[in-house]
Design a protein around this ligand. Structure first.
Ligand code: AMP
Length: 144
């Protein structure tokens, strides 16, 4: 099998993000591949819809800034070029698929809790990424 040329690590910026990013970095290094990071900030309106009569745009902007800083720190820790760190807004699965294609990534790395039963039926981000991806997807088992 030919080696990967561009590894994209999708990180949720929780504690497991380090595990996912480090595994992706090790794979990229072993394949001499480019490494990119992506984090998707889901719009607050996804969760609350139009149910709350307040303007959420300022909080959304703060979330975006916070995510950018956190991704910056993660990127620094595994030496990912600034140009290869992406903070996006939207639905996590859709945005991960789109950027993977846009970047020409041939491997997407995600974390997986290996959930079973109902959680699996309802689907997780890792599950969603796996099912619509046009390239290989590696699910890194992370500790719960
Ligand atoms: P989850 O299915 O939400 O438990 O997340 C599993 C994995 O999906 C995480 O370890 C990340 O690799 C990826 N993921 C989840 N949420 C996001 C997000 N907002 N942005 C980027 N990747 C994410």
């Amino acid at each position: 099998m030919s080696q990967y040329t561009h590894v994209l690590a999708a990180v949720d910026l929780t504690e497991e993000a380090q595990q996912v990013a480090r595994r992706a970095a090790a794979l990229a290094q072993a394949s001499n591949a480019k490494l990119s990071l992506v984090h998707v900030v889901e719009p607050l309106t996804f969760a609350y819809g139009g149910d709350i009569p307040v303007d959420l745009s300022e909080i959304q902007q703060q979330l975006q800034q916070q995510a950018t800083q956190q991704l910056q720190a993660l990127g620094d820790s595994i030496q990912v070029d600034e140009a290869n760190r992406h903070v996006l807004t939207g639905s996590a699965v859709t945005e991960i698929h789109d950027i993977a294609e846009e970047l020409g990534a041939d491997l997407v790395v995600v974390g997986s809790h290996g959930r079973k039963g109902l959680a699996l039926l309802l689907g997780s981000t890792a599950n969603g990424v796996l099912h619509g991806a046009r390239c290989d997807v590696l699910a890194v088992r992370v500790a719960d």
